[in-house]
Design a protein around this ligand. Structure first.
Ligand SMILES: Cc1cc2nc3c(=O)[nH]c(=O)nc-3n(C[C@H](O)[C@H](O)[C@H](O)COP(=O)(O)OP(=O)(O)OC[C@H]3O[C@@H](n4cnc5c(N)ncnc54)[C@H](O)[C@@H]3O)c2cc1C
Length: 363
């Protein structure tokens, strides 16, 4: 299955990703790209996952978002779940039988997730979940949520099936970008789940489980953005060669060439950092998390600047409802906010650099 640009413009316009698209993603095995075969995955490398996300990202950020969220929750369970949780959930997530939502953000906690106040209360073998989550990508469709809350004052994560009594979803529409990502605000009103749904022990919820999910999310967002940036360069190059004003093609203007050159350099640099992140992750390098943050930061900025300049050079064609560059202009801004805003990425990158200097691992 390869969704076309026109399909993606239509989904974006309607704010809906058709079920048959989700089914096709599942059938292609994309949900389990980097999961081991024993869990029903394709056993692919991070390089494979990255290239896939670039390819999908070049067409539709919402489909890439679907793959991202499923991957974030799967990665968290694969790394921190019990053997039983891995066996129960991973094959169902890889096949698309279960659709995951990542429920961390709250009205009072976005960047600073240590401020979440969703309550997890334990009584014997039951955990009761009470809280409000915001902006859950594919929250309208998810069958299970990975929820970040607090248990006995410590950050903890729990899987909550969407069908449980007390779970309600409120669709979000009309947002700036990722319009077909079927986002929902989700309320958990004294939802009872088995204690076996806790992922990792209390105290590990944010620093380990959510950190793993976000790291995976940043990687796939980075590659999706690299795909968006490359698509903007391609669309712009094709347009400026074709489009004439008077007898002169836009491509003949030096100022136009200058913008196109800048876009190409940004897009290529972003891709190179994404490749570095893939290599670091596949090699299990200790700096892989920091390289991934750098890739996400650079690629989101490249997607934002390339889509901005693409719309500029496409002119009215870039402002049309079915313009890929126009859609990416909106989507790319969102990418600079989610999975760690640009500013938060800068803090991470600087912290990493300064730590290396203090420990003498950088000359
Ligand atoms: C389309 C979309 C999809 C999303 N999907 C999900 C999802 O699936 N699951 C989920 O849990 N959440 C999701 N979110 C929420 C997203 O993760 C948050 O929006 C993001 O973490 C930022 O939080 P906030 O919006 O509360 O902004 P705030 O935390 O209020 O920050 C606003 C801005 O302030 C600046 N800022 C914040 N902190 C600092 C700092 N320490 N230093 C410098 N500058 C700072 C940054 O510029 C930041 O963009 C989604 C959001 C959107 C828009």
């Amino acid at each position: 299955m390869r969704p076309s640009e026109l399909d993606a413009a239509d989904w974006d316009d309607r704010g809906v990703l058709p079920v048959d698209v989700r089914d096709a993603v599942a059938k292609a095995g994309w949900f389990g790209t980097d999961l081991p075969a024993r869990y029903g995955g394709l056993g692919g490398s991070q390089a494979d996952l990255g290239e896939l996300c670039a390819e999908i990202g070049a067409v539709c950020s919402s489909v890439r978002g679907l793959v991202t969220v499923q991957g974030m929750v799967s990665a968290a369970i694969a790394r921190w779940g019990t053997a039983e949780q891995r066996a129960d959930w991973l094959p169902a997530l890889a096949s698309g039988e279960q659709l995951a939502g990542f429920a961390a953000t709250e009205p009072g906690a976005g960047t600073e997730l240590s401020a979440v106040d969703t309550r997890l209360e334990r009584a014997g073998d039951v955990i009761t979940v009470t809280g409000e989550k915001r902006w859950v990508t594919f929250g309208q469709e998810a069958t299970v949520f990975l929820v970040l809350g607090r248990l006995d004052g410590r950050a903890a994560t729990v899987l909550v099936e969407a069908e449980r009594a007390g779970v309600t979803t409120e669709p979000v529409s009309g947002q700036l970008g990722l319009r077909a990502a079927m986002i929902a605000h989700v309320t958990f009103d004294r939802v009872r789940v088995p204690a076996g749904n806790l992922v990792a022990r209390p105290g590990f919820g944010l620093s380990h489980v959510v950190a793993t999910a976000l790291d995976h999310g940043r990687f796939t967002v980075a590659w999706g953005c690299a795909g968006m940036a490359a698509a903007c360069v391609a669309d712009t190059a094709a347009h400026v060669v074709r489009r004439r004003q008077g007898s002169v093609a836009l491509a003949e203007h030096e100022l136009v060439r200058s913008m196109l050159a800048g876009m190409a350099v940004d897009a290529t640099s972003a891709r190179q950092l994404c490749l570095a992140a893939s290599r670091a992750r596949d090699a299990g390098e200790p700096g892989a998390v920091a390289t991934t943050v750098m890739a996400k930061y650079a690629a989101a900025r490249a997607a934002a600047s390339s889509s901005r300049d693409a719309v500029q050079l496409l002119g009215s064609a870039g402002c049309a409802g079915d313009s890929r560059a126009g859609r990416f202009f909106r989507d790319a801004k969102v990418m600079q906010i989610i999975e760690g805003s640009d500013q938060v990425c800068e803090l991470h990158i600087a912290d990493h650099l300064l730590r290396q200097h203090r420990t003498g691992s950088v000359a």
